[in-house]
Design a protein around this ligand. Sequence first.
Ligand code: NBP
Length: 479
Amino acid sequence: MTSSTAKAQVGVIGLAVMGSNLARNFASHGHTVALYNRTTARTDEMMVAYGAEGAFLAAPTLEEFVDSLERPRRVIIMVKAGMGTDAVIEQVKEHLEPGDIIVDGGNAHFEDTRRREKALRAEGLHFVGTGISGGEEGALKGPSIMPGGSRESYEALGPLLEDISAKVDGEPCCAYMGPDGAGHFVKMVHNGIEYADMQFIAEAYDVLSAAGLSAAEVSDVFREWNTGDLDSYLIEITSEVLDQVDAATGRPLVEVITDAAEQKGTGRWTVQSALELGVPVNTIAESVFARSTSGHPALRSAGQAALSGPDRALEVTDRQSLVDDVRAALWSAKVVAYAQGLDQIRTASETYDWGVDIAEVARIWRAGCIIRARLLERIRGEYAAGDLTTLLEAESIAAELGQAQDAWRRVVALATTAGVPVPGFSAALAYYDTVRAPRLPAALVQGLRDFFGAHTYGRTDRPGAFHTLWSGDRSEVEA
Ligand code: NBP
């Protein structure tokens, strides 16, 4: 311990990249921070490297760590999600007292958070599952923070978290999301939208490359897009990645990187949860599947050997028109992905009785997090103005999608004709056309279900459930 009398306002357990950066962020805002890591050498390394940056109380044992904290104690766990988190909770809770707050800032599954919150509540402890987005740099300089848990715990914890979060015009990108798993759920869907956003960006690059633009030229296109309504962190870093030249080969780095996208699981969780909740998030699902397909060498080499098709060459006479069309497709697909993700949060909030304020979600995603984008201010405004079943029904959004759709359709048609896969753009467009359709072929699906399984169907002209005697005289009976 560096001091035996001073008390810390907050403590961080787990001093790998996220935990140490978060601790430094608290310290840079004038807070005294207690530190503990399972392997003491890591704590020592952090103190050597950054100890002079602020007021840190480095503790060699959990007992000393807990003793150094003001009450109610605010303990932030930043360890590997899963069993690591459970192990730390079990150890630290022995030293805590009723009213103390345990925060899990890792990427936990929201069902784990619900379980942990329930168990700790029974012991008089507050458990706050908190989404934190922004990667290493965000943790250090200001992340977007999505805390769940009891409202009472937010009273004691919120001001500290708001202090270290990213700011937009002085407003913190941190807000209370709702009870138990709400914070981690919102973070999970944030990541799902991030998957879709990145997939659309990759498809835009692919279409433009197939039309003959070099990586450097596509980089310039993205730089230009970043000055308009597509302005966002991911668009900005796309232009940087595309501009990077590989030192070893002299080629654009993107052409040297292995084309197999990996994933850590939050996109998959988003889709699994959407399936459970019955919320269609096909753009996110396609993005998860696109990553899986890219990372499936046996499937891809079998396909390359056996399947024929167009050679991806896009015949384009007017490059600028194509660039404008792709911009419209990217913007439209992005709006659909946000609409789907927010719909999933709204549905989960109703299912779990969380009371999540969607306008607040959009507000705290405006800075600090990976999907920060100019569009989010507009989305915040739309949800703040009134209750929306879907973002797509907001008047100005619907009008703009209406104007963009011809370009969006051209991109999907052109790419598909040339054999350039655009699963994200086309999934988004299929969703758009599905939700606006006055009538769907689901009627035939119902007819087939009734034929083979007597599952019955409804009729458009009167209420009730009906069954056709398919293997009899084919008359209709009321079920
Ligand atoms: P890691 O996920 O790499 O975890 C390393 C830390 O966990 C070390 O402090 C390690 O202690 C500790 N730990 C492990 Br592993 N098992 C433990 C156990 N059984 N008991 C106690 N401590 C244990 O760290 P990270 O990349 O800093 O991420 C921390 C959390 O933040 C994760 O949940 C991650 O998903 C989440 N997150 C990460 C990012 C990012 O950009 N990296 C962004 C947002 C959220 P040791 O030193 O003794 O091995």
